[in-house]
Write a protein that binds this ligand. Sequence first.
Ligand code: DQA
Length: 150
Amino acid sequence: MSETTPGSILVINGPNLNLLGTREPEIYGHETLADVEALCRNAAAQAGYGVEFLQSNHEGVLIDAIHAARTTMVGIVINPGALTHTSVALADAISGVQLPTVEVHISNVHQREAFRHHSYISPVAASVIVGAGTNGYVLGVEHLVHLVGR
Ligand code: DQA
């Protein structure tokens, strides 16, 4: 992660989302993570916010970024990838920092395998957006702006 920007929105992507655009395009589409980053920056800029954009395949890196966001970010938009369905530690990090958090999934996880129907993150997220494709990130940023009231 680059340096944190005070008052910005932290957008986090978990494992395998670096492969967006080439990974199972029939499920996740053809846009890349760089495209998603541009969408998020544009949506945030409309409301006068910057974006700190992070992707990692490592759970601890994501947790450290959430901890660091506590004093520097207004809120979090997160697509935790498969950690959604496995990570109590990520959920604890989110509830620990008490920042408004919007959970985003590109695919409609409820139309997919049963193991994707449960999220450890949803109980600690303010809102959940599923199945809207990469536009879900735009909706997530816009909704976070709405939640933090600018
Ligand atoms: C995902 C859905 C998860 O089940 C999956 O493991 C991902 C991506 C989505 O954006 O649809 O990596 O979070």
